[in-house]
Design a protein around this ligand. Structure first.
Ligand code: PBG
Length: 323
């Protein structure tokens, strides 16, 4: 065995041979396209730190979602930018809020499209934290009730999947129980289970206008060095009724995507976050990297690691290219 009998290069000689042995293939079905929904009509306000991404009013979200669906993208993820913010983030459960309106209009305009909604308080609170603040920290148990109200409001509007991203303990169980009790047993939960306190969310906080006014999110999001703890978080969310579990960000945490997939055999979602998007875009725009190839390589790696679904700001563009 070994060289010169074995020559792995034999099967790399031509694109046809490489195609035959390719183990991982991206498909439009793998992607979820995020949108930032803002008030108004015909609004499309570019996000400087995320070239190609914009805050959009409902009409423009519907227009872009039609395009995403036509390109084969099965699902979108909605974030809301409310007209006003307060200490408890009460716009989050306004049945006439931007996200709720977007859900209803999308369901009418693109009936097949799966709608996932981000359930969190940070876009809605005036202090920018993901829950109710007491004594300078986010109060876990008091926040659960608000998250439940928000999830129920999204379900009433017609969301298929609610995705709590706050990292409060017990929120999956609380949301599951409330959905079931209100007659929404069919609404699924995509839990941001292993969500790390990451520097890679920087551009998102400009897009969602959700940067905390004081402090940071390290008392509720995970500490980046911890892998075993991520496994415990995933186990808890599955026990509490999560239908899909998420690892976020994606590229710096491929080891955890792999571990979660192999340990739990549950649907694993990876969030290729704003900073990961911005790095590739910025280098591409500057001519420092082949953006198209880098994008496909990054997304393929996430899938190879074990992700069943990838939330990415590249979704529609890549889906179009794959066709
Ligand atoms: C809200 C939320 C954040 C992201 C998704 N949901 C930001 C944060 O936790 O600060 C980040 C997504 C991205 O960076 O693309 N809690």
């Amino acid at each position: 065995m070994g060289f010169p009998i074995n020559r792995p290069r034999r099967m790399r000689r031509t694109e046809t041979l490489r195609r035959m042995l390719r183990e991982t293939r991206l498909a439009a079905d793998d992607f979820i396209q995020p949108y930032f929904v803002c008030p108004g009509r015909d609004v499309k306000k570019p996000v400087a730190a995320m070239p190609g991404v914009a805050q959009m009013s409902v009409d423009n979200v519907v227009r872009e979602a039609r395009e995403a669906w036509a390109a084969g993208v099965p699902a979108v993820l909605l974030f809301g930018l409310p007209a006003r913010k307060d200490a408890t983030g009460s716009e989050a459960w306004n049945d006439h809020g931007e996200v709720q309106r977007a859900i209803r209009e999308l369901k009418e305009a693109v009936p097949g499209l799966a709608i996932v909604t981000d359930v969190c308080m940070c876009e809605y609170t005036d202090h920018g934290h993901c829950g109710i603040v007491k004594n300078g920290d986010v109060d876990n148990d008091a926040t659960l009730e608000l998250l439940v109200r928000e999830a129920l409001s999204h379900a009433r509007a017609g969301a298929d999947i609610v995705a709590p991203s706050d990292m409060m303990d017990g929120r999956v169980g609380a949301i599951r129980a409330a959905l079931d009790e209100a007659g929404f047993a069919d609404v699924a939960i995509m839990a941001y289970s292993a969500k790390f306190a990451s520097a890679f969310y920087g551009p998102f906080r400009e897009a969602a206008e959700s940067a905390p006014r004081f402090g940071d999110r390290r008392s509720y999001q995970m500490d980046p060095p911890n892998g075993d703890e991520a496994m415990r978080e995933v186990a808890l969310d599955l026990e509490e009724g999560a239908d899909l579990v998420m690892v976020k960000p994606a590229l710096p945490y491929l080891d955890l995507i792999y571990r979660v997939k192999h340990e739990f055999n549950a649907p694993v979602v990876a969030y290729n976050v704003s900073g990961e998007y911005a790095m590739i875009r910025a280098a591409g725009i500057n001519g420092w990297i082949d953006e198209e190839r880098a994008t496909l390589e990054a997304l393929t790696s996430i899938k190879r690691a074990g992700a069943d679904l990838i939330i990415t700001y590249f979704a529609t563009d890549v889906a179009k290219r794959l066709r």
